[in-house]
Design a protein around this ligand. Structure first.
Ligand code: PRP
Length: 212
Protein backbone atom coordinates (compact mmCIF):
# COMPACT_ATOMS: atom_id res chain seq x y z
CA UNK A 1 0.00 0.00 0.00
CA UNK A 2 1.24 3.52 -0.75
CA UNK A 3 2.20 5.81 2.14
CA UNK A 4 -0.44 8.13 3.57
CA UNK A 5 -0.38 11.18 1.34
CA UNK A 6 -0.85 14.73 2.60
CA UNK A 7 -1.59 17.53 0.14
CA UNK A 8 -0.01 20.77 1.32
CA UNK A 9 -0.96 24.25 0.15
CA UNK A 10 2.09 25.85 -1.45
CA UNK A 11 3.11 29.32 -0.32
CA UNK A 12 1.84 31.07 2.78
CA UNK A 13 0.81 27.98 4.75
CA UNK A 14 3.82 25.91 3.76
CA UNK A 15 6.31 27.14 6.35
CA UNK A 16 3.88 26.66 9.22
CA UNK A 17 2.98 23.18 7.98
CA UNK A 18 6.66 22.21 7.91
CA UNK A 19 7.02 23.60 11.45
CA UNK A 20 4.10 21.43 12.55
CA UNK A 21 5.63 18.31 10.97
CA UNK A 22 8.94 19.05 12.70
CA UNK A 23 7.19 19.37 16.08
CA UNK A 24 5.59 16.00 15.31
CA UNK A 25 9.12 14.59 15.10
CA UNK A 26 8.91 13.88 11.35
CA UNK A 27 11.99 14.11 9.14
CA UNK A 28 11.37 17.14 6.90
CA UNK A 29 14.85 17.34 5.31
CA UNK A 30 13.65 16.63 1.78
CA UNK A 31 10.60 18.86 2.10
CA UNK A 32 12.78 21.76 3.20
CA UNK A 33 15.36 21.13 0.49
CA UNK A 34 12.79 20.30 -2.20
CA UNK A 35 14.06 22.26 -5.19
CA UNK A 36 11.34 21.94 -7.84
CA UNK A 37 10.09 18.53 -6.67
CA UNK A 38 6.38 18.31 -5.90
CA UNK A 39 6.12 14.98 -4.05
CA UNK A 40 8.38 14.57 -1.03
CA UNK A 41 8.73 12.06 1.78
CA UNK A 42 8.02 13.40 5.28
CA UNK A 43 8.85 10.70 7.80
CA UNK A 44 6.69 7.72 6.80
CA UNK A 45 4.26 9.97 4.92
CA UNK A 46 4.29 11.63 1.52
CA UNK A 47 3.74 15.36 1.08
CA UNK A 48 2.26 16.69 -2.17
CA UNK A 49 2.67 20.41 -2.89
CA UNK A 50 -0.33 21.94 -4.64
CA UNK A 51 -2.27 25.16 -5.09
CA UNK A 52 -4.99 25.65 -2.47
CA UNK A 53 -8.03 24.76 -4.59
CA UNK A 54 -6.18 21.73 -6.01
CA UNK A 55 -5.52 20.44 -2.48
CA UNK A 56 -9.29 20.03 -2.19
CA UNK A 57 -9.53 18.35 -5.62
CA UNK A 58 -6.79 15.80 -4.79
CA UNK A 59 -8.34 14.99 -1.42
CA UNK A 60 -11.89 14.74 -2.80
CA UNK A 61 -10.72 12.26 -5.43
CA UNK A 62 -8.80 10.22 -2.87
CA UNK A 63 -5.37 10.45 -4.52
CA UNK A 64 -4.32 12.31 -1.36
CA UNK A 65 -5.70 11.14 1.98
CA UNK A 66 -5.37 14.42 3.84
CA UNK A 67 -4.93 18.06 2.97
CA UNK A 68 -3.76 21.23 4.69
CA UNK A 69 -5.70 24.17 3.28
CA UNK A 70 -7.13 27.51 4.36
CA UNK A 71 -10.73 27.88 5.48
CA UNK A 72 -11.05 30.52 2.74
CA UNK A 73 -10.56 27.87 0.05
CA UNK A 74 -12.81 25.40 1.85
CA UNK A 75 -15.58 28.01 2.16
CA UNK A 76 -15.36 28.79 -1.56
CA UNK A 77 -15.21 25.14 -2.69
CA UNK A 78 -17.53 23.58 -0.15
CA UNK A 79 -18.59 20.46 -2.02
CA UNK A 80 -19.28 18.41 1.11
CA UNK A 81 -17.18 15.62 -0.43
CA UNK A 82 -14.52 15.63 2.31
CA UNK A 83 -14.31 15.97 6.08
CA UNK A 84 -12.85 19.05 7.72
CA UNK A 85 -11.38 17.61 10.91
CA UNK A 86 -8.94 20.01 12.51
CA UNK A 87 -8.15 23.68 12.96
CA UNK A 88 -4.38 24.05 12.78
CA UNK A 89 -4.45 27.52 14.34
CA UNK A 90 -2.00 29.08 11.88
CA UNK A 91 -2.66 31.11 8.73
CA UNK A 92 -5.06 33.27 10.70
CA UNK A 93 -6.80 36.08 8.83
CA UNK A 94 -10.42 36.93 7.97
CA UNK A 95 -12.82 37.48 5.15
CA UNK A 96 -14.08 41.04 5.15
CA UNK A 97 -16.38 43.32 3.23
CA UNK A 98 -14.32 46.40 2.43
CA UNK A 99 -14.44 49.50 0.29
CA UNK A 100 -13.48 53.13 -0.03
CA UNK A 101 -12.88 54.81 3.31
CA UNK A 102 -15.72 56.83 4.78
CA UNK A 103 -18.45 55.55 2.46
CA UNK A 104 -21.71 54.13 3.77
CA UNK A 105 -21.97 50.84 1.90
CA UNK A 106 -25.53 50.11 3.01
CA UNK A 107 -27.00 53.46 2.00
CA UNK A 108 -29.18 53.85 -1.09
CA UNK A 109 -31.42 51.42 -2.94
CA UNK A 110 -29.39 50.68 -6.07
CA UNK A 111 -28.08 47.13 -6.40
CA UNK A 112 -24.50 46.90 -5.17
CA UNK A 113 -21.64 45.43 -7.15
CA UNK A 114 -19.10 43.30 -5.28
CA UNK A 115 -15.70 42.36 -6.70
CA UNK A 116 -14.15 39.22 -5.29
CA UNK A 117 -11.97 36.20 -5.85
CA UNK A 118 -14.52 34.30 -3.74
CA UNK A 119 -17.95 34.57 -5.45
CA UNK A 120 -19.54 31.76 -3.42
CA UNK A 121 -18.43 33.26 -0.11
CA UNK A 122 -19.68 36.71 -1.16
CA UNK A 123 -23.01 35.34 -2.44
CA UNK A 124 -23.63 33.38 0.77
CA UNK A 125 -22.79 36.42 2.93
CA UNK A 126 -25.32 38.66 1.18
CA UNK A 127 -27.92 35.91 0.87
CA UNK A 128 -27.97 35.70 4.66
CA UNK A 129 -28.73 39.41 4.73
CA UNK A 130 -31.42 38.98 2.09
CA UNK A 131 -29.54 41.39 -0.17
CA UNK A 132 -29.46 41.04 -3.91
CA UNK A 133 -26.01 41.88 -5.29
CA UNK A 134 -24.07 41.69 -8.53
CA UNK A 135 -20.75 39.84 -8.36
CA UNK A 136 -17.71 40.44 -10.53
CA UNK A 137 -15.00 37.79 -10.30
CA UNK A 138 -11.47 39.18 -10.01
CA UNK A 139 -8.35 36.99 -9.90
CA UNK A 140 -6.03 39.06 -7.68
CA UNK A 141 -5.39 42.52 -6.22
CA UNK A 142 -9.14 42.78 -5.79
CA UNK A 143 -8.58 46.11 -4.00
CA UNK A 144 -8.25 47.71 -7.43
CA UNK A 145 -11.93 47.21 -8.27
CA UNK A 146 -13.47 49.82 -5.91
CA UNK A 147 -10.55 52.17 -6.57
CA UNK A 148 -11.21 52.06 -10.31
CA UNK A 149 -14.96 52.38 -9.83
CA UNK A 150 -15.74 48.84 -11.01
CA UNK A 151 -17.35 47.79 -7.71
CA UNK A 152 -18.97 49.32 -4.63
CA UNK A 153 -17.02 47.00 -2.36
CA UNK A 154 -14.94 43.82 -2.19
CA UNK A 155 -15.16 40.61 -0.24
CA UNK A 156 -11.56 39.61 0.32
CA UNK A 157 -8.97 38.28 2.72
CA UNK A 158 -7.62 40.76 5.24
CA UNK A 159 -4.57 39.76 7.21
CA UNK A 160 -2.66 42.77 8.55
CA UNK A 161 -4.97 45.31 6.91
CA UNK A 162 -2.06 47.14 5.27
CA UNK A 163 -3.17 46.54 1.67
CA UNK A 164 -6.51 48.18 2.46
CA UNK A 165 -4.94 51.02 4.43
CA UNK A 166 -2.30 51.84 1.85
CA UNK A 167 -4.98 52.05 -0.82
CA UNK A 168 -7.46 54.24 1.05
CA UNK A 169 -9.86 51.41 1.76
CA UNK A 170 -11.36 50.15 5.03
CA UNK A 171 -13.18 47.13 6.43
CA UNK A 172 -16.96 47.67 6.56
CA UNK A 173 -17.74 44.33 8.13
CA UNK A 174 -16.04 41.05 9.02
CA UNK A 175 -17.49 38.09 7.12
CA UNK A 176 -15.79 35.26 9.04
CA UNK A 177 -12.43 34.23 10.52
CA UNK A 178 -10.01 32.08 8.53
CA UNK A 179 -7.23 29.67 9.53
CA UNK A 180 -5.54 26.57 8.13
CA UNK A 181 -7.54 23.35 8.40
CA UNK A 182 -6.94 19.64 7.89
CA UNK A 183 -9.31 17.92 5.51
CA UNK A 184 -9.63 14.16 5.03
CA UNK A 185 -10.90 12.01 2.18
CA UNK A 186 -14.10 10.24 3.22
CA UNK A 187 -13.12 6.76 2.02
CA UNK A 188 -9.56 7.02 3.40
CA UNK A 189 -10.94 7.77 6.85
CA UNK A 190 -12.80 4.46 6.75
CA UNK A 191 -10.23 2.31 4.94
CA UNK A 192 -7.09 3.61 6.67
CA UNK A 193 -8.74 4.70 9.90
CA UNK A 194 -6.03 3.76 12.40
CA UNK A 195 -3.16 5.26 10.36
CA UNK A 196 -5.06 8.50 9.80
CA UNK A 197 -6.25 8.74 13.38
CA UNK A 198 -2.74 8.26 14.72
CA UNK A 199 -1.47 10.96 12.35
CA UNK A 200 -4.24 13.33 13.51
CA UNK A 201 -3.42 12.53 17.15
CA UNK A 202 0.22 13.39 16.54
CA UNK A 203 -0.81 16.63 14.87
CA UNK A 204 -3.03 17.51 17.80
CA UNK A 205 -0.29 16.78 20.32
CA UNK A 206 2.08 18.96 18.29
CA UNK A 207 -0.15 21.95 18.83
CA UNK A 208 -3.12 21.85 16.51
CA UNK A 209 -6.65 21.87 17.90
CA UNK A 210 -9.33 19.34 17.01
CA UNK A 211 -12.63 20.70 15.67
CA UNK A 212 -15.97 19.09 16.41
C1 PRP B 1 -4.24 38.77 -0.12
C2 PRP B 1 -5.58 39.50 -0.12
C3 PRP B 1 -5.18 40.94 0.08
C4 PRP B 1 -3.94 40.82 0.96
C5 PRP B 1 -4.31 41.10 2.38
O1 PRP B 1 -3.72 38.86 -1.39
O2 PRP B 1 -6.28 39.29 -1.32
O3 PRP B 1 -4.87 41.55 -1.14
O4 PRP B 1 -3.46 39.47 0.84
O5 PRP B 1 -3.21 41.12 3.24
P1 PRP B 1 -2.95 42.30 4.26
O6 PRP B 1 -4.25 42.55 5.01
O7 PRP B 1 -1.89 41.76 5.19
O8 PRP B 1 -2.49 43.50 3.50
P2 PRP B 1 -2.49 38.01 -1.90
O9 PRP B 1 -1.21 38.59 -1.41
O10 PRP B 1 -2.72 36.57 -1.54
O11 PRP B 1 -2.51 38.20 -3.46
P3 PRP B 1 -3.70 38.46 -4.50
O12 PRP B 1 -4.14 39.88 -4.30
O13 PRP B 1 -3.05 38.25 -5.81
O14 PRP B 1 -4.78 37.48 -4.20
Amino acid sequence: MRPIRIALTKGRLEKNAVGLFERMGLDCTQLIDKGRRLILPVGPYEAVLAKAADVITYVEHGVCDLGVVGKDTIAEHDTGEFYEVMDLGFGRCRFALAGRKGEDFYSGYAMKTIATKYPNVARAFFEKKGMDIRIIKIEGSVELAPLLGLADAIVDIVETGSTLKENGLEVYETVCPISARVIVNMASLKLRKSEIESLLDRMEQAGASMEA
